[in-house]
Design a protein around this ligand. Structure first.
Ligand SMILES: [Zn+2]
Length: 146
């Protein structure tokens, strides 16, 4: 049995988060971002159906107008919070999104990726929903791509 590399816990940043369960090395594969692949229009509709509560939406932007809905058939990857100075990155391997560490991460630390959402909506409402409060000195104040 290999020990789990991560665990889900309550995050001070946003809802639940994913945490390193053991000391992780740099460039270590963690898991794939799983879920149903849908387009942004469907994602927006689902988001509105969830009454705009971002706790009930888990979208990973594929950058081509499609997103992965981690809330539908997803795995623990959907709990990874956005951070502007992340310790993990995502690598797109022909549509399969690998979540990989950027650096050594001590056991107990929260895992972050930079969502870089390319939302086709520049309304103040969207800006408020996707506002970032990661607390990093490098925080750009939004989960949207700059
Ligand atoms: Zn931030």
């Amino acid at each position: 049995m290999t020990k789990a590399k991560f665990r889900v816990g309550n995050s001070p940043v946003h809802g639940r988060g994913l945490y390193a369960a053991v000391d992780l090395g740099a460039e270590e594969f963690l898991l794939d971002y799983a879920g149903e692949v849908i387009d942004w229009n469907d994602a927006q509709a689902r988001w509105e159906a969830a009454d705009g509560d971002p706790d009930h939406t888990f979208f990973f932007d594929l950058g081509d107008g499609r997103v992965i809905d981690g809330g539908s058939g997803g795995n623990e990857s959907r709990f990874i919070n956005h951070g502007c100075d992340p310790n993990c990155e995502t690598i797109d391997d022909e549509g399969t999104i690998h979540v990989v560490t950027l650096q050594a991460i001590p056991a107990g630390a929260e895992l972050f990726i930079d969502y870089r959402l390319s939302l086709d909506d520049d309304s103040a409402e969207a800006a408020a929903v996707y506002a970032c409060r990661c607390g990093s000195p490098a925080c750009r104040g939004t989960m949207l791509a700059g």
